[in-house]
Each structure stands twice: as structure tokens, then as C-alpha cells.
Write a protein that binds this ligand. Structure first.
Ligand code: BG6
Length: 502
């Protein structure tokens, strides 16, 4: 367990959805697990003029909603005592001065300060500037760190502009750019599976691997984020960040050690060696679509009729859109290990199942008994089930020589294992001063550099976007990006042999 200095977590956007659903309950769980230092305070910052008591009552609502089976009263008391509120109305020119005055009370607020900016992206730079203006980023006697929520920019120029503006006030070591996927334990396991075992490294290359699929499918739609999503799309929302980071962990070289610098250096190298998608041949490399009305499976296994994406937009007055809710891409990595191996990356809302996985298909085996023989697959399933699954061919017992596919499937999680939300581990890392699970600016830049040309080309192409029925599988037309005819999309549970025939 790393030691955490006494500190104050200053939570901007504290009454927003992320804070209500993830951050406050996450901090409470860390407190219950004894992971918060005794001297640690939380100052929630919001626009509304709310008393400390009213804010604490609101936190209780958040906890009651999250922990339906109740919680420990002693921890609850301790947690409440940590919590304070500061009203920061945008109309008040002295708001930050007042915050500075409040935080100056050392008997309440330890002076190491971690700011969590869970606010609109347009507010990141102004908040940093104002904190700096009142001396709240000054590290002369104590550390000061700023966590910036996703997205860091909406394209390369805006990311660079944001970087330029915040580095007027912050050193790189003070900036924590979040990608919450890196806080997922199953994602952290990719590196360990690869490098803490002997059997994978020798076959982890273009000599043995046919292709890799990195998938994030959700049954959820865009919900009440219609406007944000319509300005963003699946490519920028999921691929630019979470899925390229996942790809980097799957494909990078072994870091020299486990220091943040070494891990980030290997990820940056890998991201920079992904070949740009040829915009003059876009249709063979990328595919986009939007969900139409249909029926999806909801949490309890029941079906629910849902509207199409364009209908949802129409209900808020938007009459046309080419924004994708489904995006599939083919990427190649220009290095000796991966030359020629396609990496298929796809993400979609309103699919038949919610699943995030890495599926790796190996090349044909040296001994082919018949045409039916399947190639080996290795699957690292990230969510909802954390498991490692391997498919191998095995003889069918009996007189004949024939094989069938055997699935070796091992859950990664045991009943007694800690279940930690990604925001909990990231909050802890922020307070510990460990940036290994946060993004370096070079990673963010490399990711935008890859996405920008596609985003631009898609935005310019106003022809109607392909529709898929909500609750269905990948549109058959998406297979246009496959390199060979025998490649197909993998799903979470079926065996290779049950491949989906569209
Ligand atoms: C967010 C995206 O970053 O990640 C959402 O903005 C998406 O659109 C979410 O639903 C997925 O995260 P998770 O942890 O539920 O897989």
C-alpha cells in the first residue's frame, strides 16, 4: 500500500452525474477500505449556493442510491466529517479568491491539493487559469495536482491549444489526464498476462497472429447526452481514447520496468507507429452506422423497445445527422512485430449485447485435417465478465480422426477478490501521485492524429448513414473492412464455429 500525504480533494462539478454515481460512492468505498489518510478533506465545488449540511444530506442520497444494502455507520460519520462545500457561481468575480480564503484554513484543509475537474471541457482551461491566479497551483510548500476529465480536446489542434494554455500554469508532472479504462483491473491485466507469462511472448507477433479485434459494444443508447453525442460520435467518444489505449496495451513492447515513464514511453511508441488511415481509400478501412428503432436486452434479461438515433435527435429538434453510433476501423502497425496484421477496432451503442473484449485469432495450424478445422483464438474479456478464454482444436474421442473446438475459459475474478471501480483506483493514484494510469500529452496527441482525418472525412460526407436495428449485431456491410473473406466479427460467448452468418 502506497502512503498518501494528508491532502484535500477539490471536486469541481460535484453535483454532476459522474460525481453522484462514481466519485462520491467511490471515495466512500475507499474510506471504508481504510485507503484514505486520516487527514484528508473533500471540498465539493458547485455553482449553487448550498449549505454544508444540505450538501451532506445530498451525499447521503448518493450513497443510499448506490449502496442499497446499507453501509457502516461509523464510516459514514467519518466520511461526512471530511466533506465540505464551496459555492463558486460563475457570475462572482471573487469566487476563486473566496475559495482560496476557505482553503487557507489549515486546520480543516490539508494543503496538498488535488483538483478533480469533472466539468464541461470548455471550463478546463479557465479553471486552471483562475486557480493559478489566486496561487492555488503554487507547489512551493505542498503538491498541487489537476485531474482533467475526458475529452482532452476534440481534435489535435484543440488538444494542443488546451495543453498550451494549462502548461502556462502547470508542469507536466502536475497534470493527470484521465482515461477511465486504464483504471479497469481487467485492462491492467493485459500487460501482466503478456509479460508475466512465458507462453505468450513468442507467439505475440505477425508470424503467428492472423488478426486482433478490439471491441466495445453497449446495449445502451446515447441516453440524455444527445447533444454532446451528436457533436462527438463513436469515433471520438470511444475509439480515440479507450480503445486506442487498449490497443496500445495489447501491442506495445515490454516496458523496461513498471515505472510510469517506462510504460508511457512504450505506449507512445506504439501509438505513433500506427499507420494513418488512407483517406483516399477510406471505405476499405472504416465503416460507420447509426442505430434504428429496435429492441434491446435490458439488465434483467428482458427486452425493451427503443427509438432510433435519428428519432431521438428529432425529439430535441435536430432533423439530420451523420454522426455514427457504430464505428469499425482497420488499423495496421508499422513495426517488425506487427507488420501486416490487421487490428480491427469497433464500438457501438444499442447492440445485442454489452461486451468489451480483445479477441486474437491465430494463423492456420501446420496440420490441417479438413476445411472445418478452426483457427485458435485467445480472448481477453474485459467486461462484463473478466475472463481469459482460449480455443484450441482437440480430437473427438472415437475411431475417426476428427477435431472439435475446445474452449478453455477461466474467470479472472474470484468471489473473494476486491471489486474496485476504475474511478476508485484512479482517485487513489491521483492522491498517491502515481501517474502511470493517466495519459501523457504525447499519447493524447498521437490518438487525435489518427482520428482527425477520419472524423473530418465523415463529417464532410453527408450521404445517409447506414442504419442497423437496435439490438442487432454488427451490420453485415461492416465486413467490407476485413482483409480476407474468412474473417468475421467475434462475439463474447460463442465458439468460433458458431460464427455469425449475416
Ligand atoms: C465513456 C463514453 O467515456 O465511456 C460513454 O463517453 C461510454 O459513451 C462509456 O458509454 C463506457 O464506459 P464503460 O466503463 O461503461 O465501459
Amino acid at each position: 500500500m502506497k502512503k498518501i500525504d494528508p491532502c484535500t480533494l477539490v471536486l469541481f462539478g460535484a453535483s454532476g452525474n459522474l460525481s453522484r454515481v462514481k466519485l462520491m460512492p467511490g471515495l466512500f468505498r475507499l474510506d471504508a477500505a481504510g485507503r484514505l489518510p486520516d487527514h484528508m478533506a473533500i471540498l465539493s465545488v458547485g455553482r449553487g449556493d448550498v449549505s454544508r449540511e444540505a450538501w451532506q444530506a445530498d451525499i447521503k442520497v448518493m450513497l443510499d442510491t448506490k449502496f442499497k444494502n446499507g453501509y457502516d455507520e461509523a464510516v459514514f460519520k467519518r466520511f461526512m466529517a471530511r466533506n465540505h462545500y464551496h459555492a463558486n457561481p460563475p457570475t462572482d468575480p471573487d469566487a476563486f479568491k473566496k475559495m482560496q480564503a476557505k482553503l487557507a484554513d489549515e486546520s480543516v484543509f490539508p494543503q496538498n491539493l488535488a483538483y478533480f475537474l469533472s466539468v464541461r471541457p470548455t471550463d478546463f482551461a479557465p479553471i486552471v487559469e483562475q486557480l493559478s491566479g489566486v496561487g492555488l497551483l503554487d507547489e512551493t510548500n505542498h503538491w498541487r495536482r489537476v485531474l482533467i476529465e475526458k475529452p482532452f480536446g476534440t481534435d489535435l489542434p484543440s488538444a494542443q491549444a488546451l495543453q498550451a494554455s494549462i502548461t502556462k500554469h502547470l508542469k507536466e508532472s502536475q497534470i493527470y489526464r484521465i482515461d477511465h479504462y486504464l483504471g479497469k483491473s481487467a485492462l491492467q491485466n493485459i500487460m501482466l498476462t503478456r509479460f508475466a507469462n512465458t507462453m505468450f511472448e513468442p507467439i505475440w507477433n505477425n508470424q503467428y497472429i492472423d488478426h486482433v479485434q478490439i471491441t466495445n459494444n453497449e446495449t445502451l443508447g446515447v441516453g440524455d447526452r444527445t447533444e454532446f453525442y451528436n457533436n462527438t460520435g463513436a469515433l471520438r467518444d470511444m475509439v480515440q481514447s479507450h480503445l486506442l489505449q487498449t490497443l496500445a496495451l495489447v501491442a506495445m513492447e515490454k516496458p523496461q520496468d513498471l515505472s510510469p515513464e517506462s510504460i508511457r514511453a512504450e505506449k507512445v511508441k506504439l501509438l505513433q507507429s500506427i499507420e494513418p488511415i488512407p483517406v483516399d481509400d477510406l471505405n476499405k478501412h472504416v465503416f460507420r452506422a447509426q442505430y434504428a428503432a429496435g429492441r434491446v436486452c435490458v439488465g434483467d434479461g428482458h427486452g425493451e423497445n427503443v427509438h432510433g438515433y435519428l428519432d431521438e435527435l428529432a425529439s430535441v429538434g435536430v432533423t439530420e445527422s451523420v454522426t455514427e453510433t457504430y464505428a469499425a476501423l482497420k488499423l495496421f502497425i508499422d513495426n517488425p512485430r506487427w507488420k501486416g496484421v490487421p487490428f480491427y477496432v469497433r464500438t457501438a451503442k444499442r447492440m445485442h449485447e454489452g461486451n468489451t473484449a480483445i479477441s486474437i485469432r491465430f494463423k492456420k495450424a501446420p496440420m490441417q485435417l479438413n476445411d472445418e478445422q478452426h483457427q485458435n483464438w485467445l480472448m481477453l474479456n474485459i467486461q462484463p465478465r473478466e475472463c481469459i478464454k482460449m480455443e484450441i482444436e482437440s480430437k473427438i474421442p472415437g475411431l475417426d480422426i476428427a477435431t472439435r473446438t475446445l474452449s478453455i475459459d477461466s474467470p479472472q475474478r474470484q468471489a473473494t477478490d476486491e471489486s474496485i471501480d476504475s474511478y476508485e483506483s484512479l482517485l487513489l493514484n491521483l492522491m498517491e501521485g502515481d501517474p502511470s494510469l493517466y495519459l501523457h500529452i504525447s499519447e493524447v496527441e498521437a490518438q487525435w492524429r489518427l482520428m482527425d482525418p477520419i472524423v473530418k472525412a465523415w463529417a464532410a460526407d453527408k450521404s445517409p448513414v447506414h442504419q442497423y436495428i437496435a439490438g442487432s449485431r454488427d451490420p453485415a456491410e461492416s465486413s467490407v473492412i476485413f482483409e480476407s473473406e474468412d474473417q468475421f466479427w467475434r462475439y463474447s460467448i460463442e465458439l468460433n464455429g458458431d460464427k455469425h452468418q449475416s
